[in-house]
Design a protein around this ligand. Structure first.
Ligand SMILES: [Zn+2]
Length: 971
């Protein structure tokens, strides 16, 4: 690109950025003052992002509500929901919007040129010319509004963000994070909740909402980012002509000020909600938080990520271990919050006694002082540096486009210094420097300065309180009731009328004319060929070795997969424990801390996991594999095999103290996951009533597993002998050569030495005689509800259509998109007030529908039961069908990095799915007609009629409709 050709812009900086193979340009748009950053790379997964600095002045959530609202229609795209139309009809690889404490961003990504241009166009129009001025319904729908259906009905609040934030305010971890963050920066925008505090959201007026847009959504306050392989000059010219040149530069006061450091450490006590029956003792959170310099100091930031690893994250890390040994909390962890002007470092103990705060502090300080005096563990620092360097080089962000992640990273410096957009894209030199500095006392100095001598710090204690959630709900209801009583008859009638009017607005069909403003690709723009698989099958004396031959930039991804089919039924749940024990207990040559650091200093990590695959010819069973996975530079293969052997052959599975630590921390981690990802939890549980795969997964990772962990943790002394025995027996059942399949992603060079290593490795596996057992599936339709301290529900309904005689077809993937963005979106999200919803239909016949952060239970199930009729009566013209097909293909065509190519090939191989199967599915999608969709109505009805229900959610909501369940208990 030649910046000379872009007369409307001034080139401020230009820089080759070798670390990420990019060429960067920083420009300023002359007339409007917009800041523009370009990263030219060979990546076809192009990214556009427009962001604004949006410091909130209060906790009404105005920035967040605006983020939702500008995507509800604009000048050129006057639909109620162009965002959803885009998702349905675009090949995007990313499309979303995010509110942060100090900025709001609107990123899109696509590999298709025409599509990319369309996405940019809709997003630019949305942020500069939204319909929020024309339709106050948008504010009432996305923000908050009074809801009253009849004169004697209860007055309530409704609103998408209002409900979303009620969900976000109900988890203890969220409460802690928010309280910590807000109180460390009381005099800055970080002192308030940018997402919105449910108790403050109703203070936001429509006028202030509009004013926020007028103030901050101006090019002079914007940050525009373009990444990838495209004609940058053309994009710059288009942005200038179409949008930026229509604005004159103005001064926008949005700078984020530094918080003045505290003279003394702050001490804060706060309550968080727990359920009736949950323990009040040893259930507090203790946290110690320190502000660390400036986000503009990249080296300091990288160093603190390394310190978090070395002091707290690594098993056996000194601060964590000292606290655990003193029984301060059952789970101890660190966190380093960056991406803000003033990052902060936290040390947290969960399930602690609030009266031990002083002890908590003195142990932390004592341990840190010892470290400063005696020096850091060199290996731990080395491991920490390598851990982050490996990830920076690998740049594997799973399904997220690389350019998107870089586009978010640039804000860590760009937002606070407009001349420093590239700072976080260049880290390799910093890793080298840190390796040197580690030998010169650098990290010890950081501990002294920032963790010991720093008074810009806080101690936050969270104390559990029973019924707090219900109390808050009651307070809100009472406030609303009082307000209602204060109203005159006409005012009440007005609210009823407004409620009806909003519902009418939401129900009104989009006009054809409006829908057609959204640019759409043609079916012929989509490529026919489906995904390519990379499975070269080799055999090493009886063992299958799958080689996924792709270019990996010198990194090998190795999986050793052991079939567990002979594991007896009563040992199955213990596999879930074993996978978290191996690699985390002492071995012959290493303590567990040394082991972990040794591995991280030389590789990208070795992990254990359980994976379940279909057995295509037998749907009454599934294939359950125990996997050991490692990633590393090719020349570390020897080292990796040696370490895996060390773990499999010499792990000390009888270390009682260590086992109890692992169990406690697993339990607390799992409990969090189960309630925060309540939709996944509920689906897994509901499907476990009849599906072999889900039944197994529930026992090793779901609610069933959680019950085992709770029992082991609470009755450890009674159960420990049995636990140890079971783990030891499992080793002999699982790690045998006849169970092994190897899967390796690397190019030819990487593969060459593998077979010989595998042959040697097999010789050292277990050969003891064991009595083969087998899994017994305890299928039973339990239709359960699990109560949490949260204020929202996750509602799942599942069934199996193959058992009713229907076959899997690609059209089901289209149905999934139709449900997510049409029927369920409108009925569950827009009208029902849930944050999310979706359906999934798998090969094998599983059909699962679920909602996320949902205020309802029974109503939601009724909506699910209407899916069949919706499908039966579904009408669409060619344009609409094409739109759904494109949306479906875009879900399939997520660009894959090397490790994803290997993973996809591996699971296809195990599941018995061939390239031809994928091609058939793709053809069924591309050629789908309305007839094919209608044919799914009976299939859906048949599956959902099986009526497998599970709900995770608030006590109040579940109790109100408890007749829906056979069994209700606390999660
Ligand atoms: Zn939101």
């Amino acid at each position: 690109m030649n910046a000379e050709h872009c007369k409307a812009y001034t080139l401020l900086q230009e820089q080759q950025i070798d670390d990420i193979h990019a060429h960067g340009y920083l420009l300023r748009h002359n007339k409007s003052g917009a800041r523009v950053l370009l990263l030219e790379t060979e990546d076809d997964n192009k990214v556009f992002n427009i962001a604004f600095r949006t410091p909130p002045a209060d906790s009404t959530g105005v920035a967040h509500i605006l983020e939702h609202s500008v995507l509800c229609g604009s000048r050129e795209f006057p639909l109620k929901d162009p965002f959803v139309e885009l998702v349905k009809g675009s090949l995007n690889t990313f499309l979303n919007a995010m509110t942060y404490p100090d900025k709001t961003m609107y990123p899109v990504a696509s590999t298709n040129d025409a599509d990319f241009q369309n996405l940019m166009h809709v997003y630019m129009d949305a942020v500069f010319y939204p319909n929020i001025y024309k339709h106050d319904e948008i504010f009432r729908q996305e923000g908050w509004s009074y809801h009253l259906e009849s004169e004697d009905g209860p007055l309530t609040y409704n609103g998408v963000v209002y409900n979303e934030m009620k969900g976000a305010f109900s988890s203890a971890d969220d409460v802690l994070e928010r309280e910590t963050f807000n109180t460390l920066f009381p005099d800055t925008p970080y002192g308030v909740e940018s997402g919105g505090d449910p108790s403050c959201i109703p203070n936001l007026t429509y006028e202030n909402f509009l004013k926020f847009h007028q103030t901050y959504y101006h090019p002079s306050n914007s940050y525009i980012y373009l990444y990838g392989n495209m004609d940058m000059e053309e994009k710059l010219a288009w942005m200038d002509e179409k949008y930026l040149s229509h604005f004159d530069a103005k001064e926008v006061k949005s700078e984020i000020p530094y918080q003045k450091p505290f003279a003394e450490t702050l001490d804060i006590v706060h309550e968080y909600p727990v359920l009736d029956g949950d323990p009040l003792e040893n259930n507090a959170y203790l946290s110690y938080n320190m502000v660390i310099g400036s986000g503009l100091d990249v080296k300091l930031n990288v160093a603190f990520s390394v310190l978090e690893y070395a002091l707290l994250d690594a098993p056996g890390a000194p601060v964590k271990q000292a606290l655990l040994d003193a029984h301060i909390g059952k789970d101890v962890y660190g966190s380093y919050e960056d991406g803000i002007l003033q990052p902060f470092f936290s040390i947290v103990a969960k399930n602690a006694d609030e009266n031990e705060k002083e002890k908590f502090l003195s142990i932390i300080r004592g341990t840190l002082k010892d470290i400063v005096k005696n020096g850091m563990d060199r290996k731990a620092i080395e491991a920490g540096i390598n851990y982050f360097e490996f990830r920076f080089r690998e740049a594997d962000f799973s399904s997220f486009p690389k350019g998107l992640m870089y586009g978010i990273d640039v804000f860590d410096s760009w937002l606070y210094d407009e001349n420093k957009p590239f700072a976080y894209l260049q880290q390799l030199a910093i890793y080298d420097e840190l390796k040197k500095l580690a030998k010169e006392g650098y990290f010890e100095n950081l501990i002294q300065t920032y963790l010991l001598d720093n008074t810009h710090a806080s101690i936050v204690t969270l104390i559990p309180k029973t019924g707090l959630a219900a109390e808050n709900d009651a307070k809100t209801a009472e406030k609303l009731q009082k307000y209602k009583e204060s109203l005159a008859k006409e005012e009440i009638e007005k609210i009823i009328a407004d409620t009806k009017e909003l519902a009418a607005y939401q129900e009104e069909e989009e006009s054809e004319e409006a829908l057609e403003t959204i640019p759409l690709l043609k079916r012929s723009d989509i490529k026919r060929e489906s995904v390519k698989l990379y499975n070269d099958e080799h055999e090493v004396d009886g063992t299958t070795v799958l080689h996924h031959n792709v270019f990996t930039n010198g990194i090998g991804y190795l999986s050793l997969l052991f079939d567990t089919k002979n594991v007896p039924n009563d040992l199955i749940p213990y596999m879930g424990v074993l996978k978290s024990v191996l690699g985390y207990v002492d071995t012959e040559h290493y303590t567990y801390g040394e082991l972990f650091n040794e591995i991280n200093a030389q590789t990208g990590g070795i992990n254990c996991g359980l994976q379940v695959f279909r057995i295509p010819e037998n749907d009454d069973d599934c294939r359950r594999m125990f996997g050991i996975r490692a990633k590393f530079l090719y020349d570390k293969l020897d080292f990796v095999m040696k370490m895996i052997e060390e773990i499999l052959n010499t792990s000390r599975l009888d270390d009682e103290k260590r086992l109890h630590e692992i169990i406690s921390s697993m339990k607390s981690g799992l409990q969090n996951r189960l309630s925060s990802a309540g939709n996944a939890t509920a689906v897994m549980r509901a499907a476990s009533y009849y599906s072999p795969m889900s039944n197994f997964q529930d026992r090793i990772a779901g609610i069933g597993f959680c019950q085992l962990l709770k029992d082991l943790d609470e009755n450890f002394d009674e159960k420990k002998a049995e636990l140890i025995k079971n783990l030891q027996i499992l080793m002999k059942y699982i790690f045998r050569k006849e169970n092994l399949t190897v899967s390796y992603t690397a190019d030819e060079t990487g593969y060459a030495p593998l077979e010989e290593k595998i042959a040697a490795f097999k010789e050292n596996l277990y050969t003891d005689e064991v009595e083969p057992g087998s899994i017994v599936y305890d299928f039973e339709q339990k239709n359960e509800a699990f109560q949490t301290s949260g204020q929202v529900q996750y509602v799942a309904l599942c069934g199996n259509f193959e058992r009713e005689g229907y076959d899997y077809t690609g059209a089901l993937r289209i149905l999934r998109v139709m449900l997510s963005y049409d029927y369920l979106w409108i009925n569950i999200r827009v009208k029902g007030g849930a944050y999310g919803c979706g359906g999934a239909f798998g090969r094998g016949g599983n059909a699962c529908i679920s909602s996320y952060r949902d205020p309802n239970v029974g109503r939601t199930l009724e909506v699910y039961r209407g899916i069949g009729d919706y499908v039966r009566n579904f009408e669409a013209d060619e344009r609409q069908m094409t739109k759904y097909i494109i949306g479906t293909i875009s879900e399939l065509d997520v660009p894959m990095n090397p490790s994803a190519k290997g993973q996809t090939s591996e699971s296809a191989w195990f599941n018995g799915i061939t390239e031809a199967d994928f091609q058939q599915e793709r053809d069924q999608i591309l050629d789908a007609t309305l007839y094919d969709i209608h044919a799914l109505a009976d299939l859906v009805d048949a599956a959902l009629k099986q009526n497998n229900i599970c709900v995770v959610g608030s006590e109040a909501a579940i109790q109100k409709e408890k007749e829906l369940f056979k069994n209700v208990e606390n999660l």
